[in-house]
Write a protein that binds this ligand. Sequence first.
Ligand SMILES: Cc1ncc(COP(=O)(O)O)c(C=O)c1O
Length: 430
Amino acid sequence: MKRRNFLRTAGPGLAGLMALPAISSSKMESLPKLPTTVNAVDPHDEAFWALVREHFPLTKDRTYLNTAGLGASPYVSINALKSKIDELEEISEPGHNQNLWHNIKTHAGHIMGCSPDEIAYTGNTTEGVSIVCNGLPLKRNDEIITSTHEHVGNIIAWLVRQKRDGIRMKTFEPSTLSAQENIDRIEKLITKKTRAISISHITTATGQVMPLKEIGELAKANNLWYFVDGAQSVGMIPLNAHEIGCDAYATSGHKWLVGPKGTGLLYVKKEMLDTIEAKWVGAYSNAGNLDLATGEVHLNPTAQRYEYGTVSVPLFVGLGASMEFLLGIGLTNIWRRVHAMGAALSRGLSDLGAEVLSPEHPDEHSAMITFRLKNVGKDKLQSFLSDNYNLRTRGIYEGGLNGIRVSLHIYNSFKDVEKVLEGVQAAKNL
Ligand SMILES: Cc1ncc(COP(=O)(O)O)c(C=O)c1O
């Protein structure tokens, strides 16, 4: 295929987005076209992925390996965001309308495997965690199971509720050797008092892909609520929230979805909307009939009830453009590419004698690989890689691992993997 014909054949979204007015119109026009029928793309088709890379203004002066912290946005997203700001600031209007809201949630539904009505906009994953944690009808001594590899965003709300309401958090240490072992460890923690499981889809600590469907079956068999922290998964891995069987699933727009910073999505299963009580409510939550005299109030019958006051419409328009961009490439193609880079990095690090803390099994590792060197501490190693090889990584203190995490997204390449290996090889002699 002629590489420069890319956009004429890629998903419906990309073509539409490219017609937007430009960051500078010449810049937007000069972007390589992505094919409009994206079939299976070879994860090693460097020419294809180099074209994708051109869609990001992300500097090439350093190697960015921290999408798990913050994703870099493509031009289409930045352009959609900026254009919307310009449009709305000229008329000083919020720009919110139900069709727009629904259309953007439709893209999210395609990515998350749910209906647009089951999605609420949030500012980040942490907000989604807080809505679910505080909305569940938990009582004193109710037990919640989680892992020791969670990010603070999926810990703090539960701990505050433990302090306030007397719920009890119980944890298991994830095994990176066997998915079944994790299911067994969770099962062992279940008692008559257990009410919920709250777990990451892909852990922040080692990028481990948890066996979500099997955990969902366990939750169902024991009549437990099931919440998933998807900060590290949506935009990296194909997802079907309905198949997982979770009650709620929260993610950020600004990581693997490469959207504007300060955006998030919360999926709440239709049947759970009344169980996960909307505690913060406002005009967006309102279904229309409310009356101070009679006390009549009706919440929006969709997950929009979790949205309340004015939000930045441009941010979500930008997120919509990012999601269209990813859908145009295809989530399966994205996963195969980033997974292959993760596998190559993991193998290379092991060959160098580094201690790879991420799972080795292809079903359980992701595009985030955590490792450490016996002779060099986390902070020293991270600084060395940054100062000498221009690599932006993230230190991992979670779970007491003291490792370095490398995240590889669609703007990364196998060359970046080689750079990391070169840096780690040099660090061994420190
Ligand atoms: C698993 C996990 N959950 C939650 C968060 C918090 O994300 P946010 O700051 O977007 O709420 C992170 C951030 O890295 C994370 O890795």
